[in-house]
Design a protein around this ligand. Structure first.
Ligand code: 3IX
Length: 202
């Protein structure tokens, strides 16, 4: 996937254009190897968790450099129009894929802005083949792009997105999440291990 013109003919808003001071992303030395499945970052995540019956159950795999591939199959629960995926659900799949990129940087970050181009309708039962990469980093700001294809990893483009993620500390979740879920997450050793992996690294 090229970052030269990730949206085809549609320009992104200026907030999604890296500033001149931006630098190329650096893959963390402990990032999962290319081809490795990342697994869910949180069991109850709508995008990747196994604990959400109607969630996307998106599976992301590390790619080369700071890139990710992922697959998501549209289920009847994801419809907007009869037999077609809801646009917001497709954007969620893009958001999740783009968010997964931050694992390769070992940075905790949240979506600040996300713009989606819907290029083709996506029918129920279709698998969306997603590819995403970080284009540039400027301080806490991470600029990324993603594309979703149908029919196969090299099939026609159905959706494209450009995003700005903002780096946050783990306190972002602790301070803002509903206490019930935060307490449960903090009592789960697997969850703590996943978060610590980010915190102890430079
Ligand atoms: C113990 C339990 C913990 C459990 C945690 C579990 C897991 C965590 C680990 C790993 C996660 C891994 C993968 C996640 C994968 C996928 C998930 C999908 C991702 C999401 O779905 S995540 C949900 C949606 N997301 C939000 O819920 C964000 C709500 N929001 C805020 O929380 C604040 O808004 C925030 C923090 C974004 C910024 O706030 P802030 O105060 O920290 O920083 P500030 O405002 O100063 O912005 C700094 C610079 O970014 C620029 N900037 C900011 N926002 C911008 C925008 N929208 N457009 C253009 N520029 C923007 C400013 O202009 C400034 O730029 P400059 O530095 O140049 O002045």
């Amino acid at each position: 996937m090229s970052t030269a013109n990730p949206r085809g003919t549609n320009p992104a808003s200026s907030a999604l254009t890296p500033p001149p001071s931006a630098i190329p992303p650096v893959r963390h030395p402990d990032a999962p190897a290319p081809g490795e499945l990342l697994g869910a970052h949180y069991e109850d995540c709508f995008g990747c968790g196994g604990g959400q019956p109607h969630g996307l159950h998106l599976q992301a795999r590390a790619g080369e450099g700071v890139s990710i591939t992922a697959e998501f199959t549209v289920k009847p629960a994801h419809q907007g129009a009869p037999g077609l995926a809801h646009g917001g659900v497709l954007t969620s799949a893009l958001d999740e894929t783009l968010g997964s990129l931050n694992w390769l940087l070992r940075t905790i970050a949240v979506t600040g802005r996300l713009e989606t181009d819907f290029v083709r309708p996506v029918p129920v039962d279709t698998t969306l083949f997603l590819q995403a990469e970080v284009a540039a980093v400027a301080g806490r700001k991470i600029y990324s792009t993603a594309v979703g294809r149908i029919g196969g990893p090299d099939g026609p483009v159905a959706v494209r997105a450009q995003a700005l993620f903002i780096e946050v500390k783990v306190d972002h979740f602790i301070d803002n999440g509903r206490p019930e879920e935060i307490r449960a997450a903090m009592a789960d050793p697997d969850q703590i291990r996943r978060v610590r992996a980010f915190e102890v690294n430079p």
